[in-house]
Design a protein around this ligand. Structure first.
Ligand code: NAD
Length: 261
């Protein structure tokens, strides 16, 4: 049997994909032949323009659908509005950095809703489509922080450990079907989310931007290099390929050696 990583005829929904890792994954999925559905909670001209740009670059169908991943109904509506979901990539995420005793409750709730609960709701809506199509891939974007912890990121780390647990359960519930569920655990990737953490971390540690990048962010990343959004996209394409058909219920770290420490 010839194995393929051509995703022609498949539809991939990528949550939180109007920037950063999600957008990088959407581009790589479309390059591999998939039709793609981009998403975020905004409905701006530039959001739709991103989808048009991907369609033009790759010749695939690309659409942008607004849905707020903090709202369970909108998570499920995203899948229904897309009409098909062969590949579900749960990527939407936010961050907040503060010690537990000063961590605002509303930030905790928002992070758990967007980074964890949304993946439950979209997966619940997507599995019937995958079962009907007789094929499916759930790819959850967790984090090195789904496997290890750091101070001041309690909600994010709880959510990402939760995503790893949800991934394993999804894999077991679909184990006898041609559906897999896995989590990608990126180390530091320089995206708007990481960029936004730099000022708070500079304040927290009283350090310059350069020192925060080298001594705090990349301190635990032995490669001393940020991972790229293209590498996340390539890993997602691999997990969607035939070669990965027996890879399920696991995590794949793309973290420059972080979790080997
Ligand atoms: P980013 O801020 O560039 O992207 C986050 C995306 O989520 C954006 O498209 C944003 O619009 C979307 N989003 C936020 N709130 C949303 C909501 N309520 N509804 C729908 N979409 C929403 O950040 P990123 O670094 O690309 O992060 C993407 C994912 O990768 C996140 O889950 C993050 O935790 C994870 N991650 C990132 C890194 C990193 O170093 N950048 C490392 C590990 C894991």
């Amino acid at each position: 049997m010839t194995l393929t990583s051509n995703l022609g005829g498949k539809t991939a929904i990528i949550t939180g994909s109007n920037s950063g890792i999600g957008l990088g994954i959407a581009r790589e999925m479309a390059k591999a032949g998939a039709d793609v559905v981009l998403n975020s909670f905004t409905d701006r001209e530039e959001d739709h323009a991103l989808a048009a740009e991907i369609a033009k670059e790759t010749g695939r169908r690309a659409r942008y659908i607004k849905a707020d991943m903090s709202n369970p109904d909108e998570c499920r509506q995203l899948v229904e509005e897309a009409g098909a979901c062969d590949i579900l990539i749960n990527n939407a995420g936010i961050q907040h950095v503060a010690p537990i005793d000063a961590f605002p409750s509303e930030k905790w709730d928002a992070i758990i809703a967007i980074n964890l609960s949304s993946a439950f709701h979209t997966t619940a809506a997507a599995l019937p489509h995958m079962r009907k199509a007789g094929w499916g891939r759930v790819i959850n974007i967790a984090s090195a922080h789904g496997l290890t912890a750091s101070p001041y990121k309690s909600a994010y780390i709880a959510a990402k450990h939760g995503v790893v647990g949800l991934t394993k359960t999804t894999a077991l519930e679909t184990a006898e079907e041609p559906i897999t569920a896995n989590a990608i655990c990126p180390g530091y990737v320089l995206t708007p989310l990481v960029e936004a953490q730099i000022p708070d971390t500079m304040k927290e540690y009283d350090m310059s931007r350069e020192d925060v990048i080298r001594d705090v962010m990349l301190k635990r990343q032995p490669s001393k290099a940020f991972a790229t959004v293209e590498q996340m996209g390539g890993t997602a394409v691999f997990l969607a390929s035939d070669a990965a058909a027996q890879i399920t219920g696991t995590t794949i770290s793309v973290d420059g050696g972080w979790t080997a420490l």
